[in-house]
Design a binder for this molecule. Structure first.
Ligand SMILES: Cc1cc2nc3c(=O)[nH]c(=O)nc-3n(C[C@H](O)[C@H](O)[C@H](O)COP(=O)(O)OP(=O)(O)OC[C@H]3O[C@@H](n4cnc5c(N)ncnc54)[C@H](O)[C@@H]3O)c2cc1C
Length: 624
């Protein structure tokens, strides 16, 4: 066993896993001691401020809680938060929200010398990719399966984004992306079990062993994904709404650009059916998409699948030491160090607009230009560009108003709808309940026909298996979540709401015991969240995971990029191309920053042809 402190000073890593030892070299000795026993509910009144009242060392000695005596973030952390920024200046960019999309945009822009202000409603950066601490556990709010952290190529956008503001994080390689526990069938009486290994050939070999008659089809399908990925991974990823950059990339790498153009309108289901005939295997491909896009393969663009299905083998899945929330915190620190401002507890209520003036040609059908934002406390901040990292529904319906909904937004709402939210459980367990060799990420599904139904597909992440510093000694984290709609949780009395949470939690834990036998008897802490919790803490309309197509999209071209029909207003994050996922929203941040910097005259561009490209993309999108 090796016991080492992490440089951030926040955590302790204890491991007997050989693949972690390499990270130990740079770190200092330290120790951790607590194990605690609690079952609490995240949004139960009063609980957020209640003390852990039992804190027992492994040798049985009762000690004062090592963790905070209040909810986390602690009072002293909150007191140190930057809450003010000048209202007298005009910023180059005012960014609403410090999710990974907003932070990626800010990082790229401050690195180019732009004057940036990020306004965050909550107390921490990161949004769905943030973290929280309870009684010695550091829980990722959402994401734990991290793409984009590789060292090579161009799709390692998280690495690149941190680098832009002078940051680098140690990561822990995950030997598998996910371990699938899938329905029983006549062919698989014990259920279909497939591991997506980090090594591509190991994964394709295992899948082919399950479906030997489809060996060639499996190879051909995933090879197609590699064609897409290799093309993406050989060009610089910036704004697809910027003609000068597109032309430059084309002359540098015409084959890659033509390959991407060829697959731009293809969906994954169509590509899979070209090579694969077995219905059970096609359902597996559906699930391969569903676990990150929350829709089946027919509704998932191939460009997106190419990125996900190959980066997991190219750069690999890598967990950041200390937890996913530290990515956002490092970015926030780097942005500030580069002259940017981040203000917390800043609830943007309104995007301020005026008629386009000064002879400027409006790029928006509405003839309106966004020039600032107004907070709930009345403060007004002005910006040459306004960039919203909130969902499209929160941005347009809530901060602009139904009356000003541009035509393109109305069409978007016909093509896309809100994905469900999640029912989630952040659980602390005694470590010995996890069978030796347990993988970090699992998917459990018992019935193919129910894959997309609420609370049917269960996602499990146990990141403390990779980074034990996330849990007290002798414990692990089990983060379980499953898609769920907010409607099922509305209109309940407080008692019925709590009862329902307990019932759903109990039935999910029972099903998870297929992978973790004895789970229910090993739980020491349990925080349960519903779609209402997601809506409240993530400020996302209905707690949605983001937009999903209502009908097969025109490949990647149906999803809006970063500009909107209101001049000066941009969107970034999962409501824009390429959609959900941390690396995906960082990609959208790269695109958004690039387009905004061009419009600010801080990056070279061809304004004369901008409008032609934007109009062409818009007409393809609106007509799709
Ligand atoms: C349970 C769950 C598990 C997931 N697992 C993974 C995974 O394993 N791997 C992966 O890659 N992705 C995963 N994801 C998806 C990924 O986390 C998200 O797609 C991504 O983090 C979204 O980033 P974003 O910047 O678009 O938005 P958000 O993270 O929602 O950030 C938006 C920010 O804007 C702020 N905001 C909103 N409105 C206002 C306002 N009016 N004023 C000021 N601020 C405001 C919010 O507080 C928030 O901080 C998961 C998501 C969830 C919910």
């Amino acid at each position: 066993m090796v016991c080492i402190g992490i440089p951030t000073g926040t955590s302790v890593l204890i491991t007997d896993r050989p693949h972690l030892l390499q990270h130990a070299q740079t770190l200092k000795p330290s120790k951790t001691i607590t194990s605690q026993i609690h079952v609490r509910f995240l949004d139960q009144p009063g609980n957020r401020a209640r003390l852990p009242n039992l804190c027992v060392r492994r040798d049985g000695v009762r000690v004062a809680a090592l963790q905070t005596k209040t909810a986390w973030p602690t009072q002293s952390m909150v007191e140190k938060l930057p809450l003010e920024a000048s209202t007298d200046v005009e910023y180059d960019a005012v960014i609403i929200g410090s999710g990974m999309g907003g932070l990626a945009t800010a990082a790229q822009m401050v690195a180019k010398g732009a004057k940036v202000l990020v306004l965050e409603k909550y107390l921490l950066p990161g949004g769905s990719a943030s973290h929280f601490k309870r009684e010695g556990f550091t829980f990722d709010v959402g994401s734990s399966m991290m793409f984009g952290f590789g060292d090579e190529g161009t799709t390692n956008l998280i690495t690149k984004c941190l680098e832009a503001v002078g940051k680098k994080m140690a990561t822990i390689p995950d030997p598998t992306q996910v371990n699938y526990h899938l329905p029983k069938s006549s062919r698989f009486p014990e259920g279909l079990n497939v591991r997506v290994w980090r090594e591509y050939n190991d994964f394709v070999g295992e899948l082919s062993a399950r479906f030997p008659h489809e060996k060639d089809g499996i190879q051909a399908f995933y090879d197609t994904c590699w064609k897409v990925f290799n093309s993406l991974n050989s060009i610089e990823l910036k704004s697809l709404e910027e003609p000068r950059y597109l032309m430059q990339q084309f002359f540098r790498n015409p084959i890659a650009c033509l390959t991407l153009a060829y697959y731009a309108t293809t969906n994954t289901g169509e590509a899979a059916r070209r090579y694969i005939k077995d219905p059970e295997l096609l359902r597996f491909i559906d699930l391969e998409c569903y676990i990150w896009s929350t829709v089946a393969a027919d509704l998932t663009p191939l460009i997106n699948s190419g990125m996900v299905f190959c980066d997991r083998h190219f750069g690999g899945i890598n967990y950041p030491v200390g937890g996913v929330g530290l990515i956002a915190e490092h970015l926030a620190e780097g942005i500030t160090e580069h002259g940017g401002n981040i203000v917390y507890k800043a609830n943007v209520k309104e995007i301020l607009m005026r008629e386009e003036s000064n002879g400027q040609q409006s790029t928006g059908s509405a003839g309106q230009r966004a020039y600032g934002v107004k907070l709930a406390d009345g403060r007004v901040f002005r910006g040459k560009t306004i960039i919203s990292n909130a969902t499209r529904w929160d941005t347009f319906e809530n901060m602009i108003g139904d009356d000003h909904l541009p035509q393109g937004e109305k069409l978007f709402r016909k093509r896309y709808k809100k994905a469900p939210s999640f029912f989630s459980m952040h659980i602390g367990v005694k470590a010995d309940v996890l069978p030796p060799g347990t993988d970090c990420h699992h998917i459990i599904l018992e019935n193919w026909d129910k894959m997309e139904e609420p609370r049917e597909t269960i996602f499990l992440s146990m990141p403390s298996l990779l980074d034990p510093s996330l849990a007290p000694e002798g414990h692990h984290i089990v983060h379980a979540f499953t898609p769920d709609w907010i409607d099922a949780w509305q209109g309940l009395s407080p008692e019925d709401y709590e009862r329902k949470k307990e019932e759903v939690a109990e039935s999910l834990c029972k099903r998870i015991e297929a992978v973790i036998p004895g789970l229910r008897g090993a739980i020491t802490l349990k925080e349960v969240g519903t779609p209402r919790t997601h809506r409240r803490f993530l400020s996302r309309d209905d707690g949605t995971y983001g937009p999903i197509p209502s009908r097969p999209p025109f490949g990647m071209l149906s999803m809006p990029f970063n500009t909107t029909e209101i001049s000066g207003l941009y969107c970034v994050g999962d409501s824009t191309f390429p959609g959900q996922g941390v690396n995906a929203v960082v990609f959208s941040g790269f695109g958004c920053a690039h387009r905004a910097l061009c419009d600010l005259g801080m990056e070279p561009s061809w304004p004369a042809v901008d409008q032609v490209l934007k109009s062409s993309l818009k007409s393809i999108r609106d007509g799709s």
